[in-house]
Design a protein around this ligand. Sequence first.
Ligand code: PAF
Length: 283
Amino acid sequence: MITVETVTDLRHSVAGWRAAGQRVALVPTMGNLHEGHLDLVRKARSLADRVVVSIFVNPLQFGEGEDFASYPRTLIDDSDKLISVGTDLLFTPTVTEMYHRPQAIQTKVEVPGLSDLFCGASRPGHFVGVATVVCKLFNMAQPDVALFGEKDYQQLMVIRQMVQDLSLPIEILGLPTVREVDGLARSSRNGYLTDAERSIAPALYQQLQRSVEALRKGNFVIASLEQQAMARLESEGFTPDYYAIRRAEDLAEPTADDKSLVILAAAYLGKARLIDNIQITLE
Ligand code: PAF
């Protein structure tokens, strides 16, 4: 694996591979890699001749008072893990390499509508930051395919919409969430949990499963299912942010005719903001 910090070096390697007719996959990350990321890299390995992974803690997607400064940076460990799953190139740009100009006047990519809901409502500007950095990474690495985890379901939708709207010639692949044995979705932010919080954390996924059961049994009073879920999470020690049962395709409120749904949830547990979701197809 080679590690490069500059766009020039990244482009140089990728240009050589492309000239040789090789297919390139990109896995964008913010580092502190876990099994979910490694799954993406393994899948990328099976789809392309060359696998590029980026590690960049993107200031543009963090709001004021959020965890940009304290976000775990574990480059040495991450590099070892990436070597073990067959990464060809690790791209670790600095903030100034990615953004030459101050944030306020940096050109940005916005996917309106989708970006304003749920995580976007709680974290204003977050998805502009995500879309902008992912668009830049796509332009830098020029991948044929890029892979993302479904844990960030809304993020994946925003990226798919951006690719479609900007006619980017890149296939976007989402992979299922990787979970701990007790169901907790793997996340770089799980490290913020204290032991006591860690023992409560799986209740978020359990609640999603409970809602799936209710929907399967024909309970389609969406607003009351959502309210019950929020109340239950609160009683279990979370500070819920949102809990929403939506149409999987466009995150609109579902009607009784909609069969393909997604339940999206975010809740604080101490310092950690946990997000999770579950997709469901009704008979
Ligand atoms: O999911 C993440 O880790 C980040 O939002 C991403 C896609 C790497 C953009 O910074």
